[in-house]
Design a protein around this ligand. Structure first.
Ligand code: DOR
Ligand code: ZN
Length: 347
């Protein structure tokens, strides 16, 4: 049966890049108007590595919100080799940090201060395990000998397995999974302490999208899009009803000059349209009955926060995706699926 409207509990975005300054002010309304909360990534320049920096960044986000907004930014700490376990504990206990993010050094945008080896973060990970603080992982091997399309699978076999074995009670979110190996890895975990976010682009496109008729920088993100077999596995995982998978857009704005360049930045700005994109996928998979769990319940349960009050309603009215958002200095940020039409409109 085809439904014309769908109402679900207000969702959260468990993986979001908001940036800072003019870009923050330009992109924040799209997330704040749709989601109750978001896990805000700390890869600013310089990265958010201290309680003080997280509180100041949270205040800048709050200052950029419309007056009537109830949106809650949940802040994260960027882990470095020399992160002090005391800072992690203090930040989590006072509510400044909801989680900490592990970027393997060199894996992605602004990851140069990231972790060079898990051994260097032993004290931090032990503390996080003790206090129940989630570790959010960009799961890609940085070994230059590993093919770019194999980096996630390699990371699972080496680093992730090591972390999970050494810290058997540590809560871990494998962020923006892109492969069948990762979906299976998370699905096989029976402890309930391992989860994964999945982006709209990895559910909708395989790697051909980056090369259709020429090189298409607006489909480039990290981890990079993979083969069709992986996209199909991610769709099965996301729509399965499993508690271990939840919405995390990884919406990552860069201006068009930075994207459309000889060395273009990784990142897809999906915040304005991600919900309708996910919904389209769930409908195509005949799994509308699992959409609310993925968008509005599984993440909150994993993080141990209450489900949002309030709802959002979708209508079966086609939405043509707006091309871009303008910055005050004339730069533009191109939106994921710009110019395409999706079958649903958010009321
Ligand atoms: O595509 C990506 N963009 N992947 C990341 O891991 C970082 C992000 C960004 O900050 O632009
Ligand atoms: Zn990200």
């Amino acid at each position: 049966m085809t439904i014309e409207t769908l109402t679900i509990r207000r969702p959260d975005d468990w993986h979001l890049h908001l940036r800072d300054g003019d870009m923050l002010r330009a992109v924040l309304p799209a997330s704040a108007s749709q989601y109750g909360r978001a896990i805000v990534m700390p890869n600013l320049k310089p990265p958010v590595t201290t309680v003080e920096a997280a509180l100041a960044y949270r205040q800048r986000i709050r200052d950029a919100l419309p007056g009537d907004s109830a949106f809650t930014p949940m802040m994260t700490c960027y882990l470095c080799d020399d992160t002090d376990p005391g800072e992690i504990r203090a930040g989590f206990e006072c509510g400044a940090f909801a989680a900490a993010k592990l970027y393997p050094a060199g894996a992605t945008t602004h990851s140069e201060y990231g972790v060079t080896s898990v051994d260097r973060t032993a004290g931090v990970l032990a503390t996080m395990q003790d206090i129940g603080m989630p570790l959010l992982i960009h799961g890609e091997s940085t070994d230059p000998a590993v093919d770019v399309f194999d980096r996630e699978a390699a990371f699972l076999r080496t680093t992730l397995t090591q972390i999970l074995t050494r810290y058997p009670r540590l809560k871990v979110v494998l962020e923006h999974i892109t492969t069948e190996e990762a979906a299976d890895f998370v699905m096989r975990d029976e402890s309930g302490r391992l989860a994964a976010t999945i982006t709209p682009q990895h559910l909708m496109f395989n790697r051909n999208a980056m090369f259709t008729g020429g090189i298409r920088p607006h489909y480039y993100c990290l981890p990079v899009l993979k083969r069709e077999q992986h996209r199909l596995a991610l769709r099965r995982a996301a729509t399965s009803g499993s508690h271990a998978f939840f919405l995390g857009t990884d919406s990552a704005p860069h201006d068009t000059d930075a994207k459309e360049s000889a060395c273009g930045c990784a990142g897809i700005f999906s915040a304005p349209i991600a919900l309708q994109a996910y919904l389209t996928v769930f409908e195509e998979e005949q799994a509308l009955h699992h959409f609310e769990k993925f968008a509005s319940e599984n993440g909150a349960r994993f993080y141990g926060v209450p489900l949002n009050e309030g709802t959002v309603t979708f209508h079966r009215i086609p939405t043509r995706v707006t091309g871009s958002i303008d910055l005050p200095d004339g730069r533009r940020i191109q939106t994921f699926l710009a110019g395409e039409t999706l079958p649903w409109t958010l009321a």
